[in-house]
Design a protein around this ligand. Structure first.
Ligand SMILES: *[C@@H]1O[C@H](CO)[C@@H](O)[C@H](O)[C@H]1NC(C)=O
Ligand SMILES: *[C@@H]1O[C@H](CO)[C@@H](O)[C@H](O)[C@H]1NC(C)=O
Ligand SMILES: *[C@@H]1O[C@H](CO)[C@@H](O)[C@H](O)[C@H]1NC(C)=O
Ligand SMILES: *[C@@H]1O[C@H](CO)[C@@H](O)[C@H](O)[C@H]1NC(C)=O
Length: 931
């Protein structure tokens, strides 16, 4: 096991770090987070407004609970009805508290006193007028009689002789008449025993109806305009000042005679139930008219022929019908709710792709975050966000009394939405596996959801309502996740509408077994899909996309059974053949290093932090190009506490080498051991003791420097006080402490600040091996010096591999330097050695007037025959002098001489710099490559 000081962070610690980071990230993504919680609220409010505008939330509750919606009860909602119920005709009567009483603005004084409202004895008033008063009054007198109840106690059928009335409004059809729940006989006088049980078999336990008695009052008016005045005076809708004084109905018998009966009927079509009830549809009231007609014609007949005569309307029943589409209007609930939920897809996918696009996912992995915690925590995190959003939606729905939500069982609703949310989070993982650009993914998600919502409304819904559409088609369409959401919402909506209109229950658990209800089917589909999608997403993420570093083989999951993992002790088989050839051309120092590595691999002693054994990387040829060899068999051994500087021109293979070392790409052959662990098999363990400062700064724009360090510190298993002090210390060390820089969002940092933060991240948690790719680019000289000091301090107990283009930097902090050209090391050693080996010359510069150039050259050649002119401008010349054979004193003498003969503007003598070495080595290497 790696002997990192803090050990590998446990699943819990990694999860903790990730959760804290996600919370902060989500908090800073104000728009998205707002959308997540505000959108359900907005949508519920919008629904509320629409409902209020159209019909208002229907608060009417009917105290009856019909159980099997389709078999027994109402059915304007799509069920087939082969044998409709028959219902006795009923007259609509005003609720007790609105019945007409005597008031100041009435010209007729024959109405009862107001006190009857308290006593509950207000009569139901009917007005009449006509040209022949004696005939009219006579007919009126026959309307309400006193019936004896005994004769009506055995059957529904016998009731037809009575005048029935109810305050319950009828629905839109005669399939079901709720009047029986509140039924009265209207009589001339009610006696104490005027109530009797309803002779109907009622299967619903909650009601045991009785037929009560209401007094009927029929009053004569002088003219139809008097009736109109009285009606309008009693009208109260929308006017609270006037007293409600409702008349049940009014008749004008016109000029009816003995042989002609003609009549006008006033009836109130905007009927309202009880306190605050909303007006029902007008058709509903008009369905109550037959009783009013029958009442008048029956009375007329009795008036002419005597009380024994009857013209009875016994029953009314609707015509039988087939299934028909339930609610033909646009399903607003479905539309809005689907918008509220599908929005979350985009938000989750964006958050996931953000980390992938910026390579932060890899960065986290390199600092020890395993795939398992990443997937679990990220999944759970987004699921929880969605769940909160669902709760918000349901809560608001309850608060505002949106009947679509309140009528159905909250448990079913929650379970359904929760499962959909899980499916959606899985889908966003899938989207994130395929896309790696945040813009693309948000556009794709947005378009997909909009198209899906529209398609759902205009294609899926009509098919769903069409009874001739085969259920297999519907099932097939439901496999598309958005449509399964639609189906579920559709069921909720249908149950809620039924419940609202006819007082049935909304969806309950037992309804899931109903074959008409698609909810169970949809829930099962979604659960299966959710598991399948998350599996595919994981697979794609591992195999296809580079979101988590090394791409695995398409059959990676078989690997565990197929081949044995490498043990750290197993020696890699070095490619003798290949190295043999290169040895011929390799410099002695590089060969020495190779031999050292071979020795180390045999001994497998653990005191070298990094051992690269003949590491090779070949990129396969594309489009007819030959394969590109990026790293040609590199051998390198780094003891602890060494900083190795890698110099090399652009494209030399430095980054390829580092990519292999940090597990981004796999070596083509050869391997490396970090802390004794093979990078081919133990990368996950290696990550926990590794730090990386990549060439580009991989940071979250919305997290502060301190939050970055806290996150990576936690990944490195730092906790509590140790974490705090480590973070404070590295902030201070890297000059990120002053002026509140630490608590500024990293997106607002300057390039240098970002760079320093990246370095701080790579060093936090005391990693044993650190890779730094050009850490000082973009730093001002002061910060750079500061950084060097930190690195000098940091390298004391860790191995650092550093690439740089600054020779000064390499000399300042690296213990050894390797120059890397065309995929192989050209030389290796400390700066002094290299200078001595490749330098061996010094550069002499002299500036005079241009006429003296020839003379200067001659003098230099006299001093040393091997002098080489390396630079010439009229007046200024540079010569390279081999150190052997030239004494500094001779050079001074030459200068003194020259000064005697002509004017010397300036002169100089310089030792070779590392830069010269670098240029020389690269030129040599490139020259030999061409050969
Ligand atoms: C009014 O009706 C009564 C009873 O039917 C009848 O006797 C009388 O002639 C009618 N009066 C007029 C003016 O038609
Ligand atoms: C009630 O029924 C009995 C016999 O069934 C009959 O004699 C009586 O006249 C009926 N009463 C009324 C008011 O119809
Ligand atoms: C109605 O007519 C009768 C007799 O024609 C009259 O006495 C009475 O005052 C009239 N009522 C009203 C309110 O006009
Ligand atoms: C008709 O019914 C509505 C609703 O119940 C009521 O507000 C109105 O006053 C009634 N109109 C009359 C003339 O009674």
């Amino acid at each position: 096991m790696a002997n990192a000081t803090h050990g590998r962070a446990s699943f819990c610690n990694q999860a903790h770090a990730l959760v804290r980071k996600n919370l902060i990230y989500q908090k800073r993504q104000k728009c998205d987070t707002c959308a997540l919680f505000v959108s359900p609220v907005m949508i519920v409010l919008f629904l509320k407004v629409i409902l209020d505008l159209s019909r208002g939330t229907n608060k009417q509750t009917v105290p009856i609970v019909p159980s099997e919606i389709c078999k027994r009860t109402p059915d304007d909602f799509g069920c087939e009805i082969r044998n409709p119920e028959k219902w006795p005709p009923v007259m609509q009567i005003p609720a007790l508290e609105y019945r007409a009483v005597r008031t100041d603005f009435m010209s007729y004084l024959d109405l009862p006193d107001k006190s009857c409202r308290k006593k509950g004895s207000c009569p139901v008033t009917i007005l009449a007028t006509g040209s022949n008063q004696s005939l009219g009054r006579g007919v009126l007198g026959q309307m309400f009689t006193n019936a004896s109840f005994q004769n009506y106690s055995n059957s529904w059928g016998n009731l037809s002789g009575l005048v029935l009335g109810s305050v319950m409004p009828l629905g839109e059809s005669y399939f079901f008449d709720p009047a029986f729940m509140d039924l009265y006989t209207i009589q001339q006088h009610c006696s104490s025993n005027s109530s009797f049980p309803l002779p109907m078999e009622v299967e619903f336990e909650t009601v045991s109806p009785v037929i009560g008695c209401v007094q009927g009052l029929n009053l004569w008016r002088n003219s139809s305009s008097d009736i109109n005045d009285e009606l309008i005076n009693g009208y109260s809708e929308g006017n609270t000042k006037r007293q409600t004084n409702e008349i049940a109905a009014a008749y004008d018998f016109l000029d009816s005679k003995k042989n002609v009966f003609s009549v006008i009927i006033w009836c109130n079509s905007t009927y309202k139930l009880g306190d605050g009830g909303e007006p029902d549809t007008s058709t509903a009231m008009l369905l109550r008219v037959p009783q009013l007609v029958n009442l008048a014609s029956n009375a007329y007949l009795r008036f002419l022929r005597g009380p024994g005569t009857n013209m009875l309307l016994e029953f009314i029943k609707d015509m039988p019908k087939h299934n028909f589409p339930m609610s033909p209007d646009l399903s607003i609930f479905q539309l809005f709710a689907s918008l509220a939920f599908t929005l979350q897809l985009q938000i989750a996918a964006k958050a996931l792709v953000y980390e992938k696009q910026r390579n932060i996912r890899i960065m986290m992995k390199m600092h020890g975050l395993g795939d398992r915690p990443y997937w679990t925590v990220t999944y759970a995190f987004h699921l929880i966000l969605s769940t909160l959003s669902i709760l918000c939606f349901l809560g608001c729905g309850k608060l505002f009394g949106i009947f679509y939500i309140t009528k159905n069982d909250y448990g079913i609703q929650f379970i359904f939405y929760f499962i959909y949310a899980s499916l959606q989070v899985s889908l966003s993982f899938l989207a994130a596996a395929f896309f790696s650009n945040i813009r693309t993914v948000s556009v794709v998600c947005l378009v997909a959801t909009l198209v899906a919502v529209l398609a759902g409304n205009f294609i899926f819904n009509p098919l769903l309502k069409d009874p001739s559409c085969p259920s297999e088609w519907i099932f097939a369409m439901e496999l598309f996740p958005f449509f399964s959401l639609f189906r579920g919402l559709y069921e909720f909506e249908q149950y809620a509408i039924r419940a609202n209109k006819v007082g049935a229950e909304g969806m309950r658990w037992k309804d899931l077994t109903d074959s008409m209800n698609g909810m169970r089917e949809v829930i099962i589909i979604m659960i299966i899909e959710c598991l399948a999608v998350i599996f595919i997403a994981y697979y794609v993420d591992q195999v296809v996309s580079s979101g988590s570093g090394v791409r695995k083989s398409p059959l990676f999951f078989l690997g565990k059974f197929g081949k044995k993992p490498f043990s750290p002790l197993q020696k890699p088989t070095l490619e003798r053949h290949g190295s043999q050839i290169s040895k011929l051309t390799e410099k002695a120092d590089v060969v020495l290093e190779r031999e050292k590595v071979e020795q180390l691999l045999l001994e497998s002693s653990g005191n070298h932090a990094i051992v690269c054994g003949n590491l090779k990387k070949v990129y396969p040829g594309r489009d007819g190009n030959p394969p590109k060899v990026a790293v040609k068999g590199l051998s390198l051994a780094l003891p602890r506490a060494e900083c190795f500087g890698m110099l090399g021109p652009n494209g030399a293979g430095k980054t390829s080498l580092i990519s292999m070392m940090i597990g981004l790409t796999e070596p083509t052959s050869g391997t490396a051991f970090v802390q004794g662990l093979d990078i081919r098999t133990f990368m996950d363990e290696i990550y926990s003791s590794m730090g990386v400062c990549p060439q580009q700064d991989l940071l979250w724009d919305c997290l502060t420097g301190r939050e970055h360090l806290l996150f990576y510190g936690r990944l490195k298993n730092l906790k509590g006080g140790a974490l705090m002090s480590a973070v404070e210390e590295s902030l201070k060390n890297l000059n990120l402490f002053n002026g509140g820089v630490a608590d500024k969002e990293a997106g607002k940092y300057s390039g240098g600040m970002k760079r320093r933060l990246s370095v701080a991240i790579s060093l936090i948690g005391d990693p044993k091996v650190v890779y730094m790719d050009e850490p000082s680019t973009g730093l001002d000289p002061a910060s750079r010096n500061n950084l060097w000091n930190i690195l000098k301090h940091a390298k004391q107990d860790r191995a650092i591999i550093l690439t740089t283009h600054s020779m000064e930097e390499a000399e300042a902090i690296c213990d050894r330097i390797g120059i890397f050209v065309n995929g192989s090391l050209q030389c290796i050693g400390n700066a002094k050695e290299l200078r001595a080996r490749y330098g061996g010359t010094c550069v002499f510069t002299m500036t005079t007037t241009s006429e003296c150039d020839a003379e200067v050259e001659k003098m230099v050649r006299d001093l040393c025959r091997d002098a080489r002119k390396i630079y010439h401008l009229p007046g200024t010349q540079k010569f390279e002098l081999p150190k052997q054979g030239v004494r500094i004193a001779d050079v001074f003498e030459l200068v003194e001489n020259a000064k005697g003969r002509f004017t010397v503007h300036a002169w100089g003598l310089a030792d070779t710099t590392l830069e010269d070495v670098f240029i020389k080595v690269t030129q040599e290497a490139e020259a030999s490559e061409v050969l």
